[in-house]
Design a protein. Structure first.
Length: 134
C-alpha cells in the first residue's frame, strides 16, 4: 500500500511520545539533577572538612588558616601557607593535593557536565513534546 507525500508529512508531524511520557521524562531528569547537586555539595563539604581537619591537626595551623589552605587546594589554586610541621603533615598535604586535582576536580566536572546535558535534554523535550490534552 503506497502512501502519498501528504500522508508521510502528516505522520512526520505527529509526536513520537505522548505528553504524559514527556512530563514523566522531564520529572525524572529534574530528580536526577537534584540528586547530582546533593552529591556535588556533599562531596564539597566532606572534602573541605577533611582538608581543614588535616591541616589543623597535622599541620598545626589555626582553623581559619587550615580552612583557607583546604579551600585553595580544592579550587586548584595551590596552598597559601607553607607547612613548617613534621613529615606527616607534608604527606597529608601531598595526598590531599592529589585527591583534589585528580578526583575532586574531575568528578565535579563530570557532575556539572551531566547536569548541563540534562537541562539541554529537558529544553529539547519541552519544545518537541505535544501539548497536554485537556
Amino acid at each position: 500500500m503506497a502512501t502519498t507525500l501528504e500522508q508521510r508529512l502528516h505522520l512526520a508531524e505527529q509526536p513520537l511520545v505522548s505528553s504524559e511520557d514527556c512530563r514523566q521524562r522531564i520529572k525524572r531528569l529534574k530528580d536526577k539533577n537534584k540528586r547530582r547537586l546533593v552529591i556535588l555539595i556533599s562531596a564539597m563539604i566532606v572534602s573541605l572538612l577533611v582538608g581543614t581537619l588535616g591541616y589543623k591537626l597535622l599541620g598545626r595551623m589555626r582553623l581559619t588558616e587550615a580552612f583557607l589552605n583546604a579551600s585553595m587546594i580544592l579550587s586548584g589554586m595551590g596552598p597559601v601557607d607553607d607547612l613548617k610541621a613534621h613529615d606527616g603533615a607534608k604527606v597529608f598535604a601531598s595526598f590531599f593535593a592529589l585527591f583534589s586535582g585528580a578526583f575532586y576536580l574531575v568528578g565535579t566536572a563530570f557532575i556539572i557536565q551531566s547536569i548541563l546535558l540534562s537541562y539541554i535534554e529537558m529544553d529539547r523535550l519541552e519544545k518537541h513534546c505535544p501539548p497536554a490534552s485537556l
